[in-house]
Design a binder for this molecule. Structure first.
Ligand SMILES: [Zn+2]
Length: 304
């Protein structure tokens, strides 16, 4: 092993080690310990395999990065004022981030729900954020704070590690760094070179989901009748109302009178006996368009 080149002072090393020991111990809250152990196990491998063991145990926290769009970041100063901190957005390990299609607030409500990421897929994304930030940690600790960025050094390190991982090459930020400008940008490495489906079902682009008034009327009617058939119970009305409120949010005041009308129809519908309601429902549903009516078709709230 080469002599240690790290610029991290001794007191910072001690602080990081204490925090790392604590967050990976039984003293930490179980969900924190679990995440920290997983990230630490990976980081130790990376440090040995790709950085000659030169990096100092990092401070890793699960918190919102400074930039609203960032999934993670490397900060040269930690929240404690010490050197270096890796931040990872907590909605990624939780699977609540809109990077997954199931959390996409623009997903049209007449599409079937997108699958949620599995535990493995959530951790894959989380670990890859940590790997990206570890390359920035290497820039800071070995080459100095001024060396941090998606520059040629960063690109080369990503490509060196990427070759080991069987991943395709990426380009740097500046034109002079990147003869091949068709390559994916290293600022999104390694996510941009992982195979499709590696993290589960990622966000798709949807056209503006606004519909005509008549389309909303039909969707609302389908939801109401679908709930009636499935549940044969009054709570179905409040479920349908929740869907209607969401629709109202989408088309604002235009939906309000439609909502009143739909609620009135739902109330009338449930005024009779439940048996009668259930027996009428299939016939009424037959006159509505073929859209999904299950509870899972209800829109979710946006993750952030
Ligand atoms: Zn970066």
């Amino acid at each position: 092993m080469e002599p240690n080149m790290s610029t991290i002072p001794e007191q910072d090393r001690k602080l990081r080690q204490v925090i790392s020991d604590y967050t990976t111990s039984d003293a930490a809250a179980p969900q924190v310990q679990d995440l920290q152990l997983k990230v630490k196990a990976q980081w130790e491998q990376w440090n040995a395999m790709y950085f000659d063991g030169q990096l100092v145990t990092p401070m890793v926290i699960f918190t919102q990065p400074g930039k609203p769009q960032a999934l993670g970041e490397y900060s040269t100063t930690s929240v404690h004022g010490s050197r270096g901190e890796v931040r990872i957005r907590p909605t990624i390990p939780e699977g609540r981030h809109p990077l997954w299609e199931c959390n996409n607030p623009k997903r049209p409500i007449d599409l079937p729900p997108a699958p949620e990421p599995t535990e493995e897929q959530r951790m894959r994304y989380t670990i890859d954020v940590a790997l990206h930030e570890t390359v920035h940690q290497w820039q800071d600790e070995i080459h100095g704070t001024k060396a941090i960025g998606h520059n040629a050094k960063f690109r080369d390190k990503c490509n060196e590690i990427g070759r080991e991982l069987g991943l395709g090459p990426v380009r740097g930020k500046l034109r002079k760094d990147s003869p091949d400008t068709n390559l994916p940008f290293c600022g999104q490495w390694p996510h941009c070179v992982r195979p499709e489906g590696y993290y589960g079902h990622l966000r798709e682009d949807h056209e503006d989901p606004r519909r005509t008034r008549e389309e909303y009327r039909l969707i609302i009617a389908s939801l109401l009748y679908g709930y009636a058939v499935e549940t044969e119970s009054l709570p179905a009305v409040s479920e349908a109302n929740a869907a209607l409120r969401w629709v109202a949010g989408e088309i604002a005041t235009q939906a309000l009178d439609l909502m009143d009308e739909a609620i009135k129809r739902a109330s009338d519908y449930y005024a009779g006996s439940q048996h009668e309601a259930a027996s009428r429902a299939p016939e009424m549903a037959a006159n509505t368009p073929n859209v999904p009516c299950t509870s899972a078709a209800l829109p979710r709230e946006a993750a952030e």
